[in-house]
Design a protein around this ligand. Structure first.
Ligand code: SF4
Ligand SMILES: [Zn+2]
Length: 320
């Protein structure tokens, strides 16, 4: 290891430390869900999220758990449109203001994850939706993004993992993107009338837990200052081997339920123009709380997501 080698040993080591990867059928969609999502104006719109199967992201961020939902081989042409067709048929009719999230656990604009030759068919399948959201690394925002936006009947939103602006943590995450890269991507998107949403980590490695809420707030503020329409707070989930290594060396503490609540409460009313929500997927994996308070606390977070209005915390004897 040289002086410039990160503590986790780089992308190759991150991949080597992982448990076995489940083998996925590249032609089968992994699932879909319908939910309501709050917009800037407070309206709750119908959202369909489709979890597409495709090739893994070329980066290997130390905190990432998305690799488990990807394949190693390049995604075959026509696979993504086929998966999307199946998911939309299963999801059934939609109405009113609608949004479709095409989440592929990687980057939509990576040719090996979603071949560009599929964009036209995908855009046609998205016709019923007012807005389409795709995930992308900031360095993959470019000409293809703008062409895809033009092909859509509705508008495009690009979701980017901003993660943290903590100056020591940010360069060590393995993201291969500095804050300037986000600024460049956001400016290009805005020039083309494309909105963006930011994913912000709760419990990022190298961020001391006692400072976590403050750094989540600062990261959220960076997103707000750069015009993000939506900020989603995402608790870091262990299990890739590298996070456990960082935990053993004192560089990572798994975020608790309380930590997510504290970060969300701190950010909730930070901006009137940016929707701020918390990702409630797999909350049971977060430590803290007890059998009495976990249900009401989870419901409180869901209510914050729906309303954006502050709600008194749930008080419990467990105090965890
Ligand atoms: S860029 Fe995104 S998908 Fe790729 S490894 Fe990092 S967090 Fe995971
Ligand atoms: Zn409790």
């Amino acid at each position: 290891m040289t002086d410039s080698t990160p503590a986790h040993g780089g992308a190759r080591n991150v991949r080597e430390r992982r448990p076995a990867k489940p083998r996925l059928d590249p032609l089968a969609v992994q699932g879909w869900q319908r939910e309501k999502e709050r917009r800037r104006d407070g309206e709750l719109i119908d959202d369909v999220t489709v979890f597409l199967t495709g090739r893994e992201c070329p980066w290997a961020c130390v905190f990432c758990d998305l690799w488990r939902f990807t394949t190693d081989e390049p995604t075959p042409a026509d696979a993504i449109p086929g998966q999307l067709r199946d998911a939309l048929n299963a999801a059934g009719p939609i109405g009113g203001s609608t949004q479709l999230k095409l989440y592929n656990a990687s980057n939509y604009f990576d040719e090996k994850a979603v071949p560009a030759s599929d964009d036209h068919t995908v855009a046609t399948l998205c016709r019923a939706f007012d807005r389409v959201v795709v995930e992308s690394h900031p360095k993959l925002v470019g000409a293809r993004t703008f062409r895809f936006a033009d092909q859509l009947d509705g508008t495009l939103q690009v979701a980017m993992g901003l993660e943290t602006v903590h100056p020591e943590a940010q360069p060590q995450l393995g993201k291969g993107a500095a804050l300037d890269d986000y600024i460049r991507a956001v400016e290009a998107l805005q020039k083309h009338g494309i909105s963006w949403r930011a994913f912000v980590l709760v419990g990022a490695p190298w961020v001391p837990p006692a400072e976590d809420s403050a750094w989540v707030q600062q990261t959220t503020q960076f997103a707000i200052d750069h015009g993000a329409e939506h900020v989603a707070l995402i608790p870091v989930r262990g299990g890739n081997g590298t996070l456990e290594l960082l935990q053993a060396s004192g560089h990572w503490t798994p975020p608790s339920f309380r930590q997510l609540e504290a970060a969300y409460d701190a950010c909730l009313t930070q901006s009137e123009d940016t929707v701020i929500t918390a990702d409630l997927w797999d909350l049971d994996a977060l430590p803290g709380g007890c059998a009495i308070c976990r249900g009401p606390r989870t419901e409180r977070l869901a209510a914050l997501n729906r309303t954006g209005q502050a709600i008194e915390p749930v008080v419990c004897d467990c105090a965890a």
